[in-house]
Design a protein around this ligand. Structure first.
Ligand code: NAP
Length: 309
């Protein structure tokens, strides 16, 4: 199928273009971008022009940040196109509900993606945990915002989610691998004096089985970059590291430790999107986003030092 990529920024270049290029399902037929280009691919200045000139392209993938993405999604769904959304699927829960209703009304597919759920160790972690009693689970998501999001001021604006922009990836994994739902009971949000969104956060959760669940996020972390989930169970300590790429139990590897972080995630998303369109319907799971929305609703704000690039 032909597909158009909308918003040619960091993630479009790093992950979407390569995943489409190696996919047996997809052909990158067009881009819509205000600044970026993909060599050899026809670019259009806006969605109206794309849809007018290329009625044959029935599928679009939206790689913009969440706040501007909504209007593009409305336009594409209203024009009867199947739509894939980067994570987080919106700036608010309500707007994603609205998009799903619109997709269903127009009988097209909407795919709210969670790329970290496709990481190499996640499915094995889910099966392993299904058989064990959970005692505690801890998320440690600590990265250097200057290294991974250079100059992305939208992250610090309302709707940009701050440290939860990458941090929601951990919650997408946790909500996938735990067999029961959890919810936020308290949160502390460190917000730089000159910004709108958290640079660091600590979240605590309710777990129906009484396990202690917590998440620590920090965007100021310059040491070893850490995207780790540790689960203490009645049968040992399970560790998912590298953003879900590596899985071990009590130090023994259950998934090849040499798989690079992010490997295979976007190819698997694009394969799933092709299958979704074939069978029809929507794939929209808002569980990770509910946790972030609740943390932002419930969180105690603490002033942090001003942040400047
Ligand atoms: P980005 O490079 O800052 O922005 C992506 C593109 O969106 C921009 O190049 C621009 O495209 C378009 N855009 C930005 N602001 C816009 C606005 N106000 N109006 C219209 N278009 C606008 O961001 P990114 O890092 O690629 O992230 C985009 C999404 O992917 C986010 O939701 C993020 O969470 C997710 N994501 C990012 C990463 C990562 O490592 N960066 C990883 C996984 C997922 P044009 O100039 O082409 O118009």
């Amino acid at each position: 199928m032909d597909i158009a990529l909308i918003g040619i920024g960091k993630i479009a270049r790093d992950a979407h273009v390569p995943a489409i290029a190696t996919s047996p399902d997809w052909e990158l037929a067009a881009t819509v971008s205000r600044h970026g280009r993909v060599e050899g691919v026809q670019d259009y200045p806006d969605l109206d022009t794309l849809f007018a000139q290329r009625p044959d392209i029935r599928v679009v993938s939206l790689c913009l940040p969440p706040v501007p993405r909504f209007e593009y999604a409305v336009q594409a769904l209203s024009a009867g196109r199947h739509v894939m959304l980067e994570k987080p699927p919106g700036a608010t829960l309500a707007e994603v509900h609205a998009l799903e209703a619109l997709a269903r009304a127009h009988r097209v597919s909407l795919f709210a993606t969670w790329h970290s759920r496709e990481a190499a160790g996640v499915a094995a972690a889910k099966s392993w945990l299904a058989e064990r009693a959970l005692r505690s689970l801890r998320v440690m998501w600590k990265e250097d915002v200057r290294r991974w999001h250079p100059g992305q001021d939208w992250i610090w604006e309302p709707g940009g989610m701050g440290v939860f922009d990458p941090g929601i990836n951990a919650l997408s994994i946790v909500t996938e691998i735990l067999p029961v739902p959890i919810h936020v009971t308290s949160a502390v949000l460190e917000v730089p004096e000159n910004r709108q969104t958290p640079i660091a956060a600590r979240l605590d959760f309710y777990h129906p089985g009484g396990a202690e669940i917590a998440a620590d996020y920090d965007f100021r972390h310059e040491g070893e970059q850490t995207w780790t989930i540790e689960a203490e169970t009645d049968a040992g300590l399970m560790r998912l590291t590298g953003g879900g790429a590596h899985l071990s139990v009590d130090g023994g590897d259950l998934v090849d430790p040499n798989v690079p972080a992010l490997a295979g995630e976007y190819p698997r998303l694009y394969a799933k999107f092709a299958q979704l369109i074939q069978r029809g319907g929507c794939d929209v799971d808002l569980a990770p986003m509910r946790l972030v929305a609740d943390a932002l609703a419930l969180g105690r704000r603490v002033a942090a030092d001003p942040f400047n690039w």
